[in-house]
Design a binder for this molecule. Structure first.
Ligand code: SAH
Length: 241
């Protein structure tokens, strides 16, 4: 069972194999200490860390990345706007690294994610195993050709041409179900929303961009962090009616 080590400065390490000594830039931990379920242990140089079992988010932050993953700030809006929960059936495409699909699987009843590229499917399979998720399936299919799942509560799209998946999403979503499209550029948003507006079975809700600004808080030196995350993407929200 993997372990997390964290100190009071927030330095954090994932120890995948507590059966061996673990080396860090602060010195190393002996394997005897790492076996502890919880408590505090010190490196050979005397720096103290707490040991605890990883939670989902500790492991999620360490998943393997092939395709560019969707940032957590954007997942936050998808979760809050759709109210996705433990009764929800979700379809996602393309899987990419499986980041969004795995995050949603941790919340939803079941997730099916579509992906064209076999090399990415291997990465996603590895990430699913690493996160011990049991309610997620990957399909090596083109979502533009259709979605097998019916009566779906949420379809998430992170694709170059999301408007090509509208017919598939329309047939798969239940009435009241959500369609969310994530795109990095405005021409993609325009083409997607224009196609939505032509379809009488969809209601366009809104398009938003989430800008997260992290701050440094160090005594009285309190200011925005100089290196911020740049642009990620726009989120468009639609409901099937
Ligand atoms: N949201 C993902 C990243 C998606 S990257 C994450 O958080 O990890 C976009 C992916 O869509 C790429 O892997 C690409 O291969 C896949 N893709 C592109 N067109 C597709 C299609 N028509 N059907 C299924 N997958 C597709």
């Amino acid at each position: 069972m993997a372990k997390i080590l964290m100190d009071r400065q927030g330095s954090k390490f994932l120890v995948r194999d507590p059966g061996s000594d673990f080396h860090t830039k602060f010195g190393f931990f002996k394997k005897e200490g790492l076996k502890a379920k919880k408590g505090k242990i010190k490196t050979n140089t005397g720096r103290e860390f707490s040991v605890f079992e990883p939670s989902f988010i500790d492991l999620y932050r360490k998943i393997k990345r092939g395709a560019q993953i969707i940032p957590l700030k954007d997942i936050g809006l998808i979760v809050s706007e759709t109210g996705v929960n433990n009764k929800s059936k979700v379809v996602d495409a393309g899987a990419g690294s499986g980041a969004l699909a795995c995050f949603l699987a941790n919340i939803a009843k079941e997730v099916v994610t579509y992906e064209l590229r076999e090399d990415f499917i291997k990465i996603v399979e590895g990430n699913i195993k690493f996160l011990s998720l049991k309610n997620i399936k990957i399909k090596n299919e083109d979502i533009y050709n259709g979605i097998d799942e019916k009566n779906v509560d949420l379809v998430t799209l992170d694709l170059p041409e999301p408007w090509k998946a509208l017919k598939s999403a329309e047939k798969s979503l239940k009435a009241g179900g959500f369609l969310v499209s994530y795109s990095p550029t405005i021409p993609q948003v325009m083409d997607f929303v224009n196609e939505i507006r032509k379809n009488e079975n969809f209601a366009y809700i809104k398009t938003s961009e989430i800008i997260e600004r992290e701050w440094e808080v160090e005594e009285r030196k309190v200011r925005p962090r100089s290196q911020a995350i740049g642009h990620s993407g726009f989120l468009s929200f639609v409901r099937k009616i």
